[in-house]
Design a protein around this ligand. Structure first.
Ligand SMILES: [Zn+2]
Ligand SMILES: [Zn+2]
Length: 368
């Protein structure tokens, strides 16, 4: 792929900050639509393509009605197959017709005309597929490829390019993007990369632990192993998300965009179905025996204070400390006493005697 960044084609900065988009459903294909000289397709004319980009950006910045902040397209492809960065990945495009259409898809424009150069050269088709793959890989574009005219009244991207889109937007040699891995997960609007906590354990992109390996292995056993190049392993990757999504789809869940039911991030019900049980952190089966009131004397140390402190930290009663955060230690300090008192005041059974010195009931309620 030949990619020319904004800096390298001499882009002007956007007039105001471009809007961030996490992912899109896919990419829409456009053409310039005016007159593009056939001579632009000559090999020697490639030296003029960067200048054409600057002209295109200028025409958008000076547009009489649209108030564009920048060139409207995510990327532009010249007849020689070079991809020019437009607004780029993770930036809202301005080219698809309406605010909703702009949120749904990135926009890739071919330097192709409504007259003059109207037949896309093979190198240009290769370049458009490069741009699509670039937006998938760096901008979480989903699998679909459509024309500007899909869902919007326009002739764009012209009959020749639109026919190519409808035939699957393949490279001249008949490969990708739709013959590639993208079709394995239907219409994903990018891969979900958030985490959930179920029964005290974390799942989703970046989660770590033996429970993640267990989920991956269960998915492989169920026949969803094709998503893994390596692993499964203890760190949750996009491969885990894709495999889990395929499992959710097999359960009849719908909606593959991040946040929807089949986005590849586990929920309690599907996880239980996959594993046959719901793993979780084991609670201590018994509360340690109360060490006696003599363990808690201001300024004195006792191993039981560490246990007490850990209970306070787990329960979130750590407001009082000497400026460095509340940490477990064996000394019963005034900070310890005040944190215990805060727990007692917040607990109805203890609130009547919130002196900050643990008795058997405070001990049991705090540590159970
Ligand atoms: Zn268009
Ligand atoms: Zn060129």
């Amino acid at each position: 792929m030949q990619l020319v960044t904004r800096a390298n084609w001499g882009a002007r900065p956007p007039r105001y900050a471009l809007t961030y988009v996490a992912s899109t459903k896919g990419v829409k294909i456009h053409y310039e639509g005016t007159y593009v000289p056939k001579s632009l397709a000559a090999t020697a004319a490639h030296s003029t393509c960067a200048g054409r980009m600057r002209d295109l950006q200028a025409s958008h910045l000076n547009h009489p009605t649209e108030n564009y902040s920048d060139i409207a397209y995510s990327a532009v492809v010249c007849p020689h197959g070079t991809v020019y960065e437009g607004r780029g990945a993770h930036r809202l495009t301005g080219a698809n017709g309406t605010a909703a259409l702009n949120r749904d898809d990135y926009a890739v424009c071919a330097m192709l005309g409504a007259s003059g150069l109207v037949v896309p050269p093979p190198a240009m088709l290769d370049g458009i597929v490069d741009a699509i793959m670039w937006l998938r890989n760096t901008g979480s574009a989903g699998d679909r490829v459509r024309g500007h005219r899909d869902g919007h009244p326009t002739a764009c991207p012209g009959d020749r390019l639109y026919a190519w889109v409808q035939d699957g937007a393949q490279r001249p040699d008949g490969t990708g993007p739709q013959g590639g891995t993208g079709t394995e997960v239907p219409a994903a609007g990018g891969v979900a990369r958030y985490q959930v906590t179920i029964n005290g354990l974390t799942y989703g992109y970046g989660a770590d632990g033996a429970h993640v390996t267990a989920v991956g292995e269960a998915l492989v056993n169920r026949g969803f192993g094709k998503f893994y190049k390596v692993g499964p392993g203890p760190r949750w990757t996009d491969a885990d998300t894709r495999a889990y999504q395929a499992f959710q789809l097999s359960l009849g869940y719908t909606g593959t965009a991040p946040g929807e039911d089949a986005d590849g991030v586990p929920g309690e019900v599907s996880l239980h179905q996959l594993l046959g049980r719901l793993p979780g952190r084991k609670k201590p089966s018994t509360v340690p025996p109360f060490p006696g009131r003599s363990a808690f004397v201001l300024g004195r140390t006792n191993p039981a204070v560490v246990t007490l402190d850990n209970g306070l930290i787990r329960a979130g009663y750590t407001r009082y400390h000497d400026g460095d955060g509340y940490q477990a230690g064996s000394r019963f300090t005034e900070h310890t006493r005040r944190n215990v008192a805060a727990f007692q005041r917040a607990t109805p059974a203890l609130a009547g005697d919130a002196d900050g010195y643990p008795g058997p009931l405070t001990w049991r309620l705090l540590l159970s």
